[in-house]
Design a protein around this ligand. Structure first.
Ligand SMILES: NC(=O)c1ccc[n+]([C@@H]2O[C@H](COP(=O)([O-])OP(=O)(O)OC[C@H]3O[C@@H](n4cnc5c(N)ncnc54)[C@H](O)[C@@H]3O)[C@@H](O)[C@H]2O)c1
Length: 336
């Protein structure tokens, strides 16, 4: 019988990671999930995200930090890892402006620690979660070949830096790498600082929602199931390609909507016509528009976003009503 592959998911207890771990387990992969329950948002939420997996024989949870090379060495010695999906990071663009050193320590130095351990243990297949923020402020559809020399937040710089580090490990140590540039992910287990969770939470608590700048900014919101499928397809792509892979691939919805359209959809879904909106000044670090060109993803990964924004918001709202932790203080409040 062919061996079941083992995938290390760093940051596996977070929003995207926990959805991915559930999916990988459903597909009968062995999953090693590493997460340090970083304090960007509550540990309770992250423990909750993976609690249903803890008794599954295919799943092992390790509480630990990607910057801990001794721990990583032990993980790679104990498990025969076939693929690494690297999601662990300090997320959030605004916070990164005020905590730049910490962001670089985790996102860049932590990634180097992981890459070095992979090289030591001869594990060379990597899928990395990069971000649309690397493009900086641009108009129109964003192509992977676009110049990325002007990111506008330290978070974005850290993501671009890791893409380039991955390139170095590809060139110098024959790593096979897929960097996925993710566009505004939303859905169940979402981070409480992200706009959809934040707005619905505030509305549920009869609080006004805050808009930074105006409601004309646009985002290419992409549903979590489409994102998870792109990660699985990337693993398949690495498995079926000849060696010597280094790719950067946008994963978006190719259907951006404005913040005002998002608010209108939330109004429709929650059936709340009494939403109060407060306009505050534009915050630094946030780009104004994103729109993924997904032709490369279609071509290489057979990627096709299946979930429309209307349906996705309904799905999120149903999840929030049953499982969302209401009234959580979100991390943006720390720095606003
Ligand atoms: N959510 C999005 O819209 C989006 C868009 C683009 C890229 N990304 C990237 O995708 C990845 C996952 O994002 P998310 O939204 O699920 O965020 P998240 O904060 O929910 O997940 C990140 C996880 O990494 C863990 N982590 C942080 N520092 C760590 C460390 N030093 N060692 C081990 N674990 C650590 C956190 O505890 C958390 O569980 C991140 O790299 C993020 O930058 C997310």
């Amino acid at each position: 019988m062919p061996k079941t592959e083992t995938i290390l998911v760093t940051g596996g207890a977070g929003f995207i990671g926990s959805n991915l771990c559930h999916f990988l387990i459903d597909k009968a992969f062995n999953v090693v999930c590493l997460d340090n329950f970083d304090d960007f948002y509550s540990e309770e939420i992250k423990r909750n995200n993976v609690k249903n997996l803890l008794n599954n024989q295919l799943f092992e949870f390790i509480k630990g930090d990607i910057r801990d090379s001794v721990l990583l060495d032990n993980v790679f010695s104990k498990h025969q890892i076939d693929f690494v999906i690297h999601l662990a990071a300090k997320a959030g663009v605004r916070n990164s402006i005020f905590n730049t050193q910490e962001y670089f320590d985790v996102n860049v130095n932590g990634s180097i620690c992981l890459l070095e351990t992979m090289r030591k243990h001869n594990v060379k297949n990597l899928v990395f979660s990069s971000s649309s923020s690397v493009y900086g402020n641009k108009n129109g559809k964003l192509l992977e070949t676009e110049n990325c020399d002007n990111p506008i937040s330290p978070y974005a710089v850290s993501k671009r830096a890791v893409e380039m580090l991955n390139y170095n490990y590809h060139i110098n140590s024959n790593f096979n790498v897929v960097n996925l540039r993710l566009f505004s992910v939303y859905g169940k287990n979402q981070r409480p600082d992200l706009v959809l969770y934040k707005f619905i939470n505030l509305i549920s608590n009869n609080q006004p929602i805050e808009i930074y700048g105006n409601a004309d900014t646009t985002r290419d919101y992409t549903y979590i199931d489409d994102i998870v499928n792109a990660f699985i397809s990337s693993i398949e792509f690495l498995k079926t390609s000849d060696s010597n892979v280094y790719e950067i691939i946008n994963i978006g919805n190719d259907n951006p909507i404005s913040l005002q359209q998002l608010i209108d959809l939330i109004t429709k879904t929650t059936k709340r016509n009494d939403i109060k909106i407060v306009e505050t000044k534009f915050v630094k670090g946030e780009v104004t528009n994103t729109h993924a060109d997904i032709d490369k993803a279609r071509r290489l990964l057979n990627y096709k976003p299946n979930i429309t924004i209307d349906y996705g918001i309904k799905q999120f709202y149903e999840w929030f009503e049953k499982n969302g932790i209401k009234g959580v203080k979100n991390s943006i409040d720390k720095t606003a």
